[in-house]
Design a protein around this ligand. Structure first.
Ligand code: NAD
Length: 472
């Protein structure tokens, strides 16, 4: 059993002032694996004060100094890839085949920020006018549990690249990952106070960051409900906000798609991170003309998706993070059945032989209408809705008929056509013919999926103000 009692403030590990203790439960069997002492308002205020002090110096650093800081972070985190992966697997049941690439993506985000720093026009002159890019100040970084290390790195890379100092409030469900990350931050020997971390509840530590007038910006990854609250409460101190929120991402399978590739690609995107991914392609739009063939192929391919021990490299789907998340997924599966969708694979209850922990059956519903609850609401579990369309225009209309607009995919043999369809989609990122990533490309959502962008220069811009100096 691990015990975590410290935060990271002003360059040192400090004992928590807050006294509340929370258990970390292993999702594969429900065992308590760690006890964490949660921070309070006082811990948060100390961290904000340290960040404010450090900003006086770090906010004036040159781009070379910031690049050197990003490199030190990159080196320190790269040395702990195995430990971060192991913590993700143990703490929230992330399957190793997802967790490891996610940690690598996290590290690449630091390199992408370095490139972003080099690309940005920090000073521009014309006539008697000079325009400079300035760090916004102290930033509060609030992250979700489902890929905590990635979110910390993404936000930290952008903030440091911009010259901001930060207070990080990681998800309280990710304390083991956070602990490894803290050791990395310490090993990177950042100037004192540039990066502070307080482990604690959202409505205590997170709320203080949002309220506190000494915090200039909040960068948040999490649910729409909390995102709305941050925007509302942050308005009182005119906070700048970046919000990375939920999704109900469509995958459009065009009628010319090669099904041997398209069906596995669509299912991999649907069940990304055991379905606990904001970008999961949980609505699969298929041509009615190929309905029977596609249903048969989905049923066959689903047999190859193994559920079980997330540490086994062959496992495709691990447990849900918590009992609460298990129940949430079950309730949506029930709802899909009640609303008349056809269960093509999975269904209610636990997979055979997995009686302990929070495992659910990966479930595919066919005969789904886009207005059904399972097609409109983010479930955050391995539940896919298959929706049939008649024409390409109808597919685009259904894809865009969602309050969300984070991610989308198009699968088809004619790449020109796939690009044309992609350009019609109201989503922050659209991938063609499978899941892929580019750390320089912006990440973020249209509509309820959020406000602002992360990654590379786009991420850094979100931590900057512009200042114009005009001479007579
Ligand atoms: P959540 O909104 O419950 O929590 C996110 C973070 O906010 C946690 O650190 C939590 O402690 C904190 N928080 C809670 N209440 C707060 C408050 N009042 N003030 C300030 N902070 C508060 O979300 P979650 O369950 O951790 O994550 C799942 C959600 O995150 C899903 O909706 C998912 O789609 C979304 N998500 C989005 C992205 C993206 O990049 N767009 C990535 C991953 C997850």
């Amino acid at each position: 059993m691990k015990t975590i009692t410290t935060h990271y403030i002003d360059g040192t590990f400090v004992e928590s002032h807050g006294r509340e203790i929370m258990d970390i439960v292993r999702p594969t069997d429900g065992t308590v694996i760690a006890r964490v002492t949660l921070g309070d308002q006082e811990d948060t205020r100390r961290a904000i004060a340290a960040a404010r002090r450090a900003f006086a110096t770090f906010g004036r650093t040159t781009t070379e100094e910031r690049i050197s800081t990003l490199r030190r972070l990159h080196e320190a985190i790269s040395a702990r890839v195995d430990d971060l992966t192991a913590a993700m697997v143990e703490e929230y049941g992330g399957v190793v085949q997802f967790a490891r690439p996610i940690v690598e993506t996290a590290i690449n985000a630091l390199l992408a920020a370095e490139k972003g720093v080099q690309e940005l026009p920090w000073t521009e002159n014309w006539g008697k006018t000079t325009v400079t890019l300035e760090p916004v100040g102290v930033a509060g970084l609030i992250t979700a549990w489902n890929a905590n290390a990635l979110f910390i790195c993404l936000k930290l890379a952008s903030a440091v690249g911009a010259g901001c100092t930060v207070v990080i409030k990681p998800s309280e469900l990710s304390s083991l990952q956070t602990q490894v990350m803290l050791e990395c931050l310490h090993a990177a020997k950042l100037p004192k106070g540039v990066c502070n971390v307080v482990i604690g509840r959202g409505d205590v530590v997170g709320a203080e960051l949002v309220r506190n007038p000494d915090v200039d910006k909040i960068s948040f990854t999490g649910s729409v409900t909390v995102g709305e609250q941050i925007m509302r409460d942050g308005a009182a101190t005119m906070k700048r906000v970046t919000l990375e929120l939920g999704g109900k991402s469509p995958t459009i399978l065009l009628d010319d798609a090669d099904l041997n590739q398209a069906i596995p690609a669509a299912l991999i995107m649907a069940f990304l991170n055991s379905g606990q991914a904001c970008a999961a392609g949980t609505r699969l739009l298929i041509p009615k003309s190929r309905l029977d063939d596609i249903k048969r192929r989905i049923r066959d391919t689903m047999r190859t998706f193994t559920v079980g021990d997330p540490a086994n490299p062959k496992t495709a789907i691990g447990p849900m993070v918590s009992q609460k998340q298990y129940e949430r997924v079950q309730s949506y599966i029930r709802k899909g059945i009640e609303e008349g969708a056809e269960v093509l694979a999975g269904g209610e209850g636990r997979p055979e032989g997995l009686d302990a922990g929070f495992f659910v059956k990966p479930t595919v519903f066919a005969n789904v209408n886009n207005s059904m609850t399972i097609a409109q609401e983010e479930i955050f579990g391995p539940v896919l809705s298959v929706i049939a369309y008649d024409t390409e225009d109808e597919a685009i209309r259904i894809a865009n008929d969602s309050k969300y607009g984070l991610h989308a995919a198009v699968l088809g043999s004619d790449v020109q056509r796939a690009r044309r369809v992609a350009s019609e989609l109201r989503a922050g990122r659209v991938v063609i013919n499978g899941m892929t990533d580019d750390p320089q490309a912006p990440w973020g959502g249209f509509k309820y999926s959020g406000v602002g962008r992360e990654y590379g220069r786009y991420g850094i811009e979100a931590f900057l103000e512009t200042r114009a100096i005009l001479e007579c």
